[in-house]
Design a protein. Structure first.
Length: 322
């Protein structure tokens, strides 16, 4: 079938495009400002430029391709950036989502039979202050109390998807994505540690870090994109699903995994710039709902993910991408 991906120039979108193409789907991979090195993506994935803030362009793309499934991943996805630029964060994440759903309605006016499934990439950041040790693992019914503008923008995106389903019958499925990492990722703790460890091995620089006491359940991107695919096939329209790893680790444990993967301990130091004004103590979820509605289960352990990311970053360092 034809599948359109917004935000395919990101870590998750690129892996999703590769997965779907390997299954024989016709993938329309769109992106505006790629956040990954596109040369690391399977060359059979052909990227097309699309700004989700350009309503006419979004409508034109959906009208031209009539995708059976739309994976809406395009977003300003960095909580740190949302503190300094909440305006762009809200516009891209909220208005961009509106444009996708309005485009579906525009095409439907011309073709009443058009009825795609729209999987919207939401976020665990929506739970915010609810992510306390007393509340975890959180369920989909846990109150949404975001702690930063990015989290607020994702609540908006989440509820927009629900209301377009409730009011217009669009088969919207909401995926609340918890910490996800893998090769090509940038600006998360696992990828930051990966590059820092490689530099420490080659240059002797310390591994800089922020808060090591927070706990995160970190899922491999390969498990995540399988979940998104499965939700597009058997997820229930209008419903929301947590997608997360099976275990939460302290960030200090993640660092120790890197030292084991590297074969030795390395010097470290605190970087004040990596300390946030507020930080969820623990991010962990209950995934019984997605397990009951799909065949999905996470399969890749964090130690394997870290070894793969370290190997990837070693290659990137050798290529000069530092």
């Amino acid at each position: 079938m034809t599948v359109l991906i917004t935000g395919a120039g990101g870590m998750m979108g690129s892996h999703l495009a590769e997965l779907l193409m390997s299954a024989g789907d016709d993938v329309v991979a769109t992106s505006l400002h790629p956040t990954i090195d596109l040369s690391t993506v399977d060359p059979s994935v052909r990227f097309r430029e699309l700004d989700v803030l350009d309503r006419d362009a979004v409508t034109g793309s959906i009208a031209a391709h009539r995708p059976s499934v739309i994976h809406h991943l395009a977003a300003q996805s960095l909580p740190t950036v949302s503190w300094t630029d909440p305006w762009t964060t809200m516009r891209v994440n909220s208005e961009g989502t509106i444009n996708v759903f309005e485009a579906v309605l525009d095409v439907r006016r011309l073709d009443p039979e058009y009825d795609p499934t729209v999987v919207v990439a939401c976020s665990s950041a929506e739970y915010g202050a609810s992510l306390t040790p007393a509340n975890v693992p959180v369920t989909e019914e846990t109150p949404l109390l975001p702690l930063h503008p990015y989290g607020v923008s994702k609540v908006s995106q989440d509820l927009l998807a629900y209301q377009y389903h409730a009011n217009h019958g669009i088969r919207a499925v909401r995926a609340r994505i918890f910490n996800c990492t893998g090769t090509r990722k940038r600006n998360d703790v696992v990828s930051d540690f990966g590059r820092a460890v490689v530099r420490a091995l080659h240059e002797g620089t310390p591994v800089r870090h922020g808060n090591l006491e927070t706990q995160r359940a970190i899922i491999d991107v390969r498990d995540m994109v399988r979940a998104l695919r499965d939700l597009s096939l058997t997820g229930h329209p209008g419903e929301v699903y947590n997608i997360c790893a099976d275990r939460a680790y302290r960030i200090s444990e993640v660092l120790e995994m890197y030292f084991r993967a590297a074969g030795r301990r390395l010097p470290t130091e605190v970087d004040p710039l990596l300390l946030r004004p507020s930080d969820e103590a623990i991010i962990f979820r209950d995934t019984s709902k997605i397990r009951s509605h799909t065949a999905w289960r996470p399969e890749i352990g964090l130690e394997t993910t870290i070894a793969d990311v370290l190997a990837f970053e070693q290659v990137q360092y050798a290529r000069g991408a530092r």
